[in-house]
Design a protein around this ligand. Structure first.
Ligand code: URA
Length: 235
């Protein structure tokens, strides 16, 4: 690929979708948020990871150690979306490997969901300094990568953990307590908003009606939906 072509693409300030080629060469890193990333740009998670690790579509690229793209089965029926990497994730390049991640793994195990059943990613791929909530601008800049991940995984179910995941993907700005446990249909996919595992770590009660108890109800609802989908597919 000629260097001039790359400079042209990187320096675009606004490009009508119609002027873009059907696919963008994945070797070209759309490092400015104004450069669109059309659906179909990437053929796999490795390409997304390559770009994310060189991406500066928002300010988070300046402070990351590793971009965190995902773990699990890239053909999983369930895609789990978190908010963004924390310190452990930034250091390892893997999502949900700290305390919240260990709790997430336990929650999945409790309904016999394994790594084969899920792919885990985040709304923003780079760690917000001090683990602050990602801004709307950061979520918007990173969104095309998530949309590509959703296209590639093609999940039946999307589990949205916490308010940022809900806001970042489906745009619903209501608090998680209001919307958890009810299916949201987004782009023909079933999305289930649930509490973020980090919230459960801060609220350890298991009493009826507590956040942990509600999570247990919600994850069972998700498990039941997966079983229903699999029964439909095999019958
Ligand atoms: N919290 C998140 O939302 N995502 C991670 O990857 C880790 C912690």
């Amino acid at each position: 690929m000629a260097t001039d072509d790359q400079i042209d693409l990187f320096n675009l300030t606004s490009v009508a979708e119609t002027q873009l080629p059907a696919t963008v060469d994945p070797a070209l890193i759309p490092t400015d948020a104004k450069v669109p990333i059309p659906s179909g740009t990437y053929s796999g998670m490795e390409e997304i990871s390559l770009h994310c690790n060189q991406c500066h579509r928002c300010g988070l690229g300046a402070t990351r150690t590793h971009a965190v793209v995902g773990r699990g089965n890239p053909q999983a029926p369930i895609l789990i979306v978190g908010e963004g990497p924390g310190q452990n994730e930034d250091e390892t390049g893997l999502p949900f490997v700290g305390k919240a991640g260990q709790l997430l793994d336990k929650i999945l195990e409790s309904v016999k969901l394994t790594e084969a059943d899920v792919f885990i990613g985040n709304i923003v791929k780079c760690r917000p300094p001090g683990n602050r909530t990602p801004t709307q601008e950061e979520m918007d800049a990173c969104r095309p990568y998530l949309l590509e991940q959703i296209r590639l995984v093609d999940p039946h179910i999307i589990l949205l953990t916490g308010a940022s995941a809900v806001r970042g993907l489906v745009g619903d700005k209501r608090g998680i307590t209001k919307i958890r446990g009810e299916w949201i249909e987004w782009e023909g996919r079933m999305c289930m908003p649930v509490f973020h595992p980090a919230y459960l770590l801060r609220n350890p009660s298991r009493e009826k009606g507590s956040p942990k108890w509600l999570m247990w109800q919600d994850i069972q609802t998700v498990r039941a939906k997966l079983d229903e989908i699999r029964a439909e597919q095999s019958g």
